[in-house]
Write a protein that binds this ligand. Sequence first.
Ligand code: NDP
Length: 488
Amino acid sequence: MKRYQMLIGGNWVDSVSGQTRELRDPANGEIVATVPEASREDARAAIDAARAAFDRGPWRKTTALERGKLLFKLAEALTKEADALARLEVQSCGKPLAEAQFDVADAANCFEFYGGLATKIAGETMNVPANSLSFVVREPLGVCGQIIPWNYPLLMAAWKLGPALAAGNTCVLKPSELTPLTALELGRILTEVGFPPGVVNIITGPGAGAGEELAESPRVDKVAFTGGTVTGRKILHASASNLKKVTLELGGKNPNIVFADADFEAAVDGALFGAFANQGEVCSAGSRLLVERSIHDRLVAGMVEKIPRVKVGHGLDPATKMGPLVSAAHREKVESYIRIGVEEGARLVCGGKRPADPALAGGHFLEPTIFVDVKPSMRIAREEIFGPVLAVLPFDTEEEAIALANDTEYGLAAAVWTKNLTRAHRVIRELRAGITWVNTYHPTFNEMPWGGYKQSGTGRELGLYGIEAYLETKQVNINLDEAPLGWY
Ligand code: NDP
């Protein structure tokens, strides 16, 4: 069992209180590591370090080229350690190894993308109605508090750090108390490739205390958060202390719409992958499957037939397609939704319980679960469950599909399956969601903006939009006429 420390000001430290937390493999309960349990005091020390590195350190004065090169080195070093990082990610949050390997590669690609973008940050010159040379320069925001969840620990760290560092900010990253290990390994690698002390600080501790301090502190210029909508709202309130910039990536109850003319087998695969990838612990999960009534029963039967292929097991078992849920408490929450679904009158066509295999008894496993006869008003059709629970609803017309899809307080992701090109465009145009797909589900690209409409968040991460969220905009006006103004 490894004993980890936190990264503050370039030093590896314990928490001020000396308290630690044991982290267990969600697949079997074995202790994987201990980490310091940070409190507000530790968060303040990390903010001090980030503040010093931004206000007085060399980082802000590095050239964009130097920052870009460091990010390229980071991507390369991460790739060299990809195998160990992927295995650690599996033991931290339970996901299947193939998914963790994808996450590590994607995290490296994210750093590489922003390494390239560092040298493309540019202002502009405007032709103003005065004798003035007027131009816009872009500058880093300052100290960024970055709070990330447990479902994609390394990837979320990359999405936050990549653009922030490319733009010249300094950061305090707080991973979820449940899954901080790959972020700490990333901190080690960052230090090894030459990021100066204090530029990235990583504290491990709960949202209550350590996280709150980052959101509230007037010495933090921006807070970037990924997690639940309830927490997002608290962070927005807390950020009012100094009106810090805020980016929120929150939950979803995402519609996956299948029309009768879709490629049937592709739609079956897409529905299963949309719902059960990463155990359904995905903000963009296709957790509401809307199916044209004429193929509803056949599509459900097609999914149920394939469910045995969604093999549940330890993520390090190469046969596994779905790992355990992240914690006992989270599994109980998901199970409570399954009970609610049954009580509300929805019908289970598969899953709904823990797997019978005694080899899985020590982990937080749950079978992939599908409900039919779901009404739009039911809680399982409205609330984010964040687990392997799919609600299937029929529709009769394109208009009804659109109305059902948009009948949610969320607006993160949505997909349409059809061979009719004009219908695909028509429906996508009507969907109130920030991420949309046609005839596929889940692919994400570092080049493309990620974020939601409505209560799925505010702002965008990734792509060019992602770096915008870490830049200030300054106008400079140089008077080219030195004569007195003559106003008085
Ligand atoms: P949270 O929103 O509670 O946690 C996300 C991050 O925020 C964690 O690092 C957490 O710390 C931190 N945090 C919690 N409360 C505060 C606070 N008041 N101030 C600052 N930081 C805080 O998500 P949970 O992990 O509890 O999951 C709850 C639900 O959120 C899930 O069931 C799911 O519906 C949704 N969710 C959505 C995600 C998404 O990607 N959109 C990701 C994860 C969850 P810590 O956990 O260490 O206490």
